[in-house]
Design a protein around this ligand. Structure first.
Ligand code: ZN
Length: 388
């Protein structure tokens, strides 16, 4: 058993404990967490760290399989431009290069204190590595097809891929984005046994015009892929109204990006009574769209953090994402740590092991250093050491 302490312990789901002490087994299982104010315990042999301690991070949105595209796609092209570049470049790499990039990216996540990942996949290139369980993964197999009549064949193709995965409890088929899945395809998606879902939501400004007016940059790009998109009905309430009503029975649904989500959209989403989580990937938003969501609109919602992929980010680090939010909003460190640990674990239904420093859990333990301790805020120089 070890005893460790730091200036503050952030447990993930409660107020920080000043000079709190964690009793922990060699394998990282928490024995106890003690507030020195209320304890007569002997504090001999306590290892003291400078900074704050928090649980292992949960990265709720990544595309590990795209790791080979690091530094390949120009920045600030907006989403339609990004997709165009991705389609052009994705065939320029060998399987060996892809595997090397995937392995390196996982190593980077481990070093950055990430213990669980919600990972989007279109193929099977990450399955072998995931079966080694270096990190906990829930894989989201992405499906898209605009044409209603082709919904079944598109779904069946992805279902075949799903059947080859090593653990059927940690995989679900999910819609790519509101503008790329027809209503028939949505019906098939929500009929699955595993109902942890995710979707890219309101990542680009032209998503609004796509649904409200059937026009704009995104609409034109999708119509070029398949003119059948013209048969879709207009949605005066925007993209959320196209898909949210289908997810009434979801265990949890993660909406990713939300860069152009408004107060009215949030209100509409809440009316649906679905366990919705809002995931932010600010560094990817800056990379692709050069803009950020209005985080303050979401302060009282269930939020999580994602890194997105190395195609649109230079790091896979939850801490680096939190720094961007800190620079741009007054949201407290306590809340940001809750978003990046406890909420992510709840979303992925893994809170029995991850997401909080609680007796008998094995959540991973991160030390964050170079913190502004007076204001309890991250700084540009904040860095991370994985302790357990
Ligand atoms: Zn994504």
């Amino acid at each position: 058993m070890h005893k460790i302490t730091a200036d503050y312990i952030f447990t993930g789901n409660a107020a920080p404990i000043k000079n709190g002490i964690i009793l922990i087994k060699n394998d990282g299982t928490i024995i106890d967490i003690i507030d020195p104010k209320n304890s007569t315990l002997s504090f001999d042999n306590v290892k003291k760290y400078e900074g704050v301690i928090c649980p292992g991070f949960i990265n709720t949105h990544c595309h590990l399989e795209l790791s080979y595209l690091k530094n390949e796609i120009p920045q600030k092209t907006t989403l339609p431009g990004f997709v165009k570049e991705l389609v052009q470049k994705r065939n320029n790499f060998s399987e060996k290069e892809r595997q090397a990039a995937i392995n390196k990216a996982e190593q980077e996540m481990i070093e950055n204190g990430i213990v669980a990942v919600g990972d989007i996949a279109n193929g099977n290139s990450t399955f072998q590595l995931k079966a080694k369980h270096n990190i906990y993964y829930h894989t989201f197999l992405e499906v898209f097809e605009i044409d209603d009549e082709l919904a079944k064949s598109a779904f069946d193709k992805v279902a075949q891929l799903k059947a080859t995965y090593f653990n059927k409890n940690q995989i679900s088929i999910v819609p790519h984005a509101p503008y790329s899945v027809s209503k028939s395809l949505l019906k098939l998606i929500v009929s699955q046994e595993n109902t942890i879902f995710t979707i890219h939501n309101q990542e680009t400004d032209s998503e609004k015009a796509f649904f409200k007016e059937k026009s704009g940059k995104l609409y034109e790009q999708m119509a070029a892929f398949n003119p059948k998109v013209a048969t879709w009905e207009n949605q005066k309430d925007g993209s959320l109204a196209h898909y949210l009503p289908y997810f009434k029975n979801a265990t949890s649904l993660l909406l990713v990006h939300n860069t152009y989500t408004t107060k009215d959209d949030i209100a509409y989403a809440k009316e649906q009574n679905i366990p919705i989580y809002w995931c932010f990937c600010p560094k990817a938003n800056l990379y692709i769209e050069n803009t950020l969501p209005d985080f303050t609109l979401f302060e009282n919602e269930n939020c999580t953090i994602g890194t997105d992929s190395l195609a649109s980010n230079d790091t896979l680090s939850v801490l680096e994402e939190l720094k961007v939010i800190t620079e741009n909003t007054p949201i407290s460190l306590e809340k940001l740590i809750k978003w990046s640990t406890y909420n992510g674990a709840k979303y992925l239904n893994i809170e029995s092991q991850f997401g909080s420093i609680t007796k008998e859990k094995k959540p991973g333990i991160n030390l964050l250093t170079n913190i502004n301790l007076e204001e309890l805020k991250l700084t540009q120089d904040s860095s991370i050491v994985k302790l357990y």
